[in-house]
Design a protein around this ligand. Structure first.
Ligand code: GDP
Length: 457
């Protein structure tokens, strides 16, 4: 059996071309058994890295297809090993036959994510960069793509390295102090004050790193948002404006939205899972009352509430009641019907819920301002992916344990415990950060990460 792995790296679907990737010490020799170059006419084994050949793909002496062979030489390849990539015509059956030929030539079938795992083990990328690869493949919009790109470029890795270096510096100063304590009590106090200051700064950085996680989740999974307001404020019109299609029933008869109409809307880079709720008002209609009740429940569960007020009318009791329900929630207040004379008390809404966005749902005027306001409220506009951010739950758990250890180190020093206790906690924080970046991640953690990959990546 040859020392190499192989898999189809393109999707299992018909297309223009498909590619079978082989990686390992014997990758090129294995490719030579199934690929006969036509141009340039030379032995596959003699091909240098970054060179290509056109030729025939053969199995048991029979031609399967013609295609292109690309050769990469270690360490200048994705996996860091010798790699051969055979590109053939993109039929599902022909590609499988090419893979079979490669496996018959001695390669072992690659497991899910094994090429990227090799890249990790061969030092071609860090664990967080490898995790970025899967996010890159799954990225569904531009912002997710640039986030994933930042991860694969090592943004988080560098941020963790900087943090770890700072913690290691404080830990080593404490270690030196343990061996050679300061001569006077005054000097002792100065050292302690310095360490407390440095630990507090590190803690702040970890806190802001952890805060990036929520932005990542919102970018990936979207955010559940409820559109609420009194009847006729223009909720359905706004929903339709955002959704770009007529989903909710728009009439000027109060109470036309009796239940919750849901839709998923791509607002710039954010996916909004929108619910247009029944208008809030006291009503004797039983069906409408159930709708109002559901809206109140939605206010409790939605991550974001878009509260719509009719700008062409004075605020009424129902508006005031709604404002009361919204305290403490993440709200984007919207004053609708800007095409009509402004009557509603904008000042009061601003005081109670924050600066409102003034729009006309009917004409679409102000839709871009609403998008910006939603992004700002969700914290997305603050996310600087190139500075590194937490992209998944595994990373978050590691960051949380580092945060807890740094907290304990701070408290130990602040409470007057001996510095070695703080030193031990800083070591614990370091090991959590090393696990995050993959410096010390266990085999089990690595396997779990790569199980999310597809075969061939
Ligand atoms: P909902 O009960 O809150 O869902 O309100 P609708 O969306 O059904 O709208 C109620 C009425 O207000 C309809 O006649 C809409 O055409 C009208 N409307 C909604 N938005 C605007 C707007 O921006 N300007 C004007 N002039 N009318 C609007």
């Amino acid at each position: 059996m040859a020392d190499c792995i192989a898999a189809i790296s393109t999707p299992a679907a018909s297309g223009g071309v498909s590619m079978v990737r082989i990686s390992g010490k014997d990758a090129v020799e294995t490719a030579a058994k199934v690929f006969v170059p036509v141009y340039p006419v030379k032995k596959v084994e003699e091909m240098k890295g970054y060179t290509a050949a056109y030729g025939n793909i053969v199995s048991d002496g029979k031609k399967l297809d013609d295609g292109v062979l690309l050769v990469f030489r270690a360490p200048h390849s994705y996996t860091g090993e010798d790699t051969a990539e055979i590109t053939c015509h993109g039929g599902i059956h022909v590609t499988r036959r090419v893979l079979q030929a490669v496996l018959s030539a001695g390669a072992r079938m690659a497991q899910a994510g094994e090429f990227t795992k090799l890249a990790l083990l061969n030092g071609k990328m860090s664990l967080t960069e490898a995790e970025g690869v899967i996010d890159l493949i799954n990225a569904g919009n531009d912002q997710l793509l640039s986030c994933a790109r930042a991860q694969t470029d090592g943004a988080l890795y560098r941020r963790i390295e900087t943090l770890s270096d700072r913690i290691a510096t404080i830990a080593s100063e404490i270690a030196v102090w343990i061996d050679y304590p300061d001569e006077s009590e005054d000097e002792d106090e100065i050292s302690k004050a310095d360490w407390l200051k440095s630990i507090a700064e590190v803690k702040e950085d970890i806190d802001s790193l952890i805060a990036t996680y929520d932005c990542g989740v919102i970018l990936r999974d979207g955010i559940s948002a409820a559109i609420v307001g009194k009847p006729n404020a223009g909720k359905s019109t706004l929903m339709n404006l955002l959704a770009g299609v007529q989903k909710s029933i728009v009439t000027d008869i109060e109470g036309t939205t009796r239940d919750i109409v849901e839709d998923t809307v791509q607002l710039g880079d954010i996916l909004l899972r929108l619910a247009d709720c029944a208008g809030i008002r006291d009503t004797s209609d039983t069906v409408e009352n159930i709708g109002v009740q559901r809206m109140i429940e939605r206010i409790d569960t939605a991550q974001l509430i878009i509260a719509v007020f009719d700008g062409s009318r004075p605020l009424c009791d129902d508006d005031i009641r709604l404002i009361g329900l919204l305290h403490g929630k993440t709200v984007v207040p919207v004053i609708n019907k800007s095409d009509l004379e402004a009557v509603a008390d904008t000042e009061y809404i601003a005081q109670q819920l924050g600066e409102p966005v003034i729009i006309s749902a009917k004409s679409g005027d102000g839709a871009d301002r609403l998008e910006q306001a939603i992004k700002k409220r969700c914290g997305i506009s603050r996310l600087d992916a190139s500075a590194g951010f937490l992209a998944n739950e595994r990373q978050r758990q590691c960051a949380l344990s580092a945060q807890a250890a740094v907290d304990r180190a701070y408290n130990a020093l602040a409470c007057g415990m001996t510095a070695d206790v703080a030193g031990l906690e800083l070591e614990a924080a370091l090991s959590s950060l090393y696990e995050l970046s993959g410096k010390t991640a266990s085999e089990e953690v690595i396997d779990r990460i790569f199980s999310r990959f597809c075969v061939g990546k």
